[in-house]
Design a protein around this ligand. Sequence first.
Ligand SMILES: Nc1ncnc2c1ncn2[C@@H]1O[C@H](COP(=O)(O)OP(=O)(O)OP(=O)(O)O)[C@@H](O)[C@H]1O
Length: 382
Amino acid sequence: MIEIRDLYKYYGDRRAVGPLSFTIEAGEIVGLLGLNGAGKTTTLRILACDLLPSSGTVLVDGLDVVDNPHEVRSRIGYLPDRPPLYDEMTPRDFLAFAAKLRGMDGSTAEKRVPEVLEMTELGGVADDAISSLSHGFKQRVGIAQAIVHKPRLLVLDEPISGLDPVQIVEMRRLLRNLKGELTILLSSHILSEISETSDRILVIRDGTIGAQGTPEELSTKLLEGVRFEITVVGGSVAVGSAAEVLRSVEGVLAVEPTSSTEPGEARAFRVEASRDVRAALVSTLVARGLGVVDLRRSERELETVFLRLSAGTGRAGAEEGALPPTPPSGGATPQRKKEKREASEAETTKAETRRAKSEAEAKKTEAEAKKAKDEEDEGEST
Ligand SMILES: Nc1ncnc2c1ncn2[C@@H]1O[C@H](COP(=O)(O)OP(=O)(O)OP(=O)(O)O)[C@@H](O)[C@H]1O
């Protein structure tokens, strides 16, 4: 579905991305994980034909983003980090407008808008002004506008950023529901935010892929093991012997009791293993007359993995030589912002000229659609 080969993007003489290569299969949900400034937004904008690459190949469904931007755009739904919403419109009107912008005819759009409102669970606020919606609902409108034209690929830049815990759970559910119909690539700088949603994670650092895999694979690769928290209760067997039972499971490297807040007989342990042994832990404990009331991968562990990958201090990074040292600042310091502005102003590459041309074309289409809408509104009010 997506194939990126040796992609580079320079802003002036500053390399923002490259060398970057990865592929994503149809139907996958993949998380692009990296600290601020790692190159996530640049990569996603190139995929969405919003920015041209300096060099390399980017294919969506076999189509090159430089040679076939219009065809690629029709296959992609894109939610930028700041969703392009018109505050004074309602979600229903805005979606109809977005559908028209993407070339849908009136009757198809009329059918599609209620469908998308339902898919994104916006029915209850469909006729409220977008300005009156919470951040979580605005993000859903952003996703709705991205899927209104039935794309095959959904590209979301930090869709979970700024959401409260309830909204995060709702967003995860929405993305999981969209999976299957769509291939999804989403970015984040917080591992726990996307590890729940993504089938696979690509860790991007300094514009290049530092590591990739499932959270378990990343953890195993870096820490030579996976860690779990498990809480055991006694049945016919004393809970005190649970540590021994856990140690007997093949693949378990270490077991240590943790301070448990569980009531009564329950005991919590941290288990380190060479692979995912969760199923074997449960069946062995149950076979020995013990019960399991909680079993989870250690969240702290995942963050440790990410920090190691991001800082390039992990063994995997050292071995692969894929992780150059961390720049002094990953974030947007005033100096960085100044450099960014200057680099941006100095950007006069041939690629950008082509981009300006294609943006001008897009704006023309947008202006035409807006004009059509204004005329329609005028018609309605007279
Ligand atoms: N328009 C621009 N002009 C110059 N430099 C830029 C521009 N946009 C991004 N950069 C630089 O390119 C690098 C990658 O930025 P990018 O925005 O792609 O990273 P990111 O991982 O999305 O980070 P964030 O989450 O902070 O947006 C950074 O060093 C950034 O300062």
